[in-house]
Design a protein around this ligand. Structure first.
Ligand code: 3NM
Length: 205
């Protein structure tokens, strides 16, 4: 059965927020988020594992699904709901073998060719980005734009997650262009009240 994604897909960022992953999950869930990615680009694997354990406790208490970015080993170790892979991570086929059929696998793509390939890979959703310019990701790929996002949507069958530079102001146009879900980092944390910002997105969408 195809995965049904909520419209808002928040991604944690300990650097921007200065908060633990668990605390971010708590606040995002308070704003209505039900599907959250833990992304950690600084901490050691041991520290990420430990903070993911804490975040999983919060998530289970609040009924939130957790996807672990990049680290399939940590996704397995903390019994997360799935893993999100980049183009340089382990191949999706191998990750599917490791995670089994019941767990969610997401896959980042950055152009039409990659997205078309991803549609045949054993993954549950396809992320496309950066839709707009972003300063959150180091060395981002070239901006994809809304026209290409729309073309990708028309040519793939899997759920499409848009990512990169998406703000509350631009959320509706990204959905109109074809995104099933919006993955967001900085705009959730800029305003200060994380729960309120998450609920603003959900109310709008
Ligand atoms: N991946 P913000 S863009 C993590 O293009 C990430 O695949 C991207 O953060 C991609 O919402 C990006 O602050 C950063 O722009 C998203």
């Amino acid at each position: 059965m195809p995965l049904s994604l909520p419209k808002l897909y928040p991604i944690t960022d300990a650097r921007i927020t200065g908060l633990s992953h668990a605390e971010q999950v708590e606040r995002l869930a308070a704003g209505g988020a039900t599907f959250i990615q833990l992304r950690e680009k600084i901490a050691s694997p041991r520290d990420f594992y430990q903070s993911a354990v804490e975040a999983m406790k919060v998530a289970r208490r609040l009924g939130v699904q957790i996807i672990i970015n990049d680290r399939v080993d940590i996704a397995i170790a903390v019994a997360a709901d799935g893993a999100h892979l980049g183009q340089d991570d382990l191949p999706p086929e191998r990750v599917r073998a490791l995670l089994g059929d019941s767990r969610i696998i997401g896959y980042s793509t950055h152009n039409l060719k990659q997205a078309l390939e991803a549609d045949f890979a054993p993954v549950d959703y396809i992320a496309v980005g950066p839709v707009f310019q972003t300063s959150t990701k180091e060395k981002p790929d070239p901006v994809v734009g809304l026209a290409t996002l729309g073309e990708i949507k028309r040519r793939i069958s899997k759920p499409l997650v848009a990512i990169g530079g998406i703000t509350l102001d631009r959320a509706q146009e990204v959905v109109r262009a074809g995104a099933d879900s919006l993955a967001i980092i900085s705009d959730l944390y800029r305003a200060g009240d994380i729960a309120e910002r998450a609920s603003e997105f959900l109310n709008l969408l």
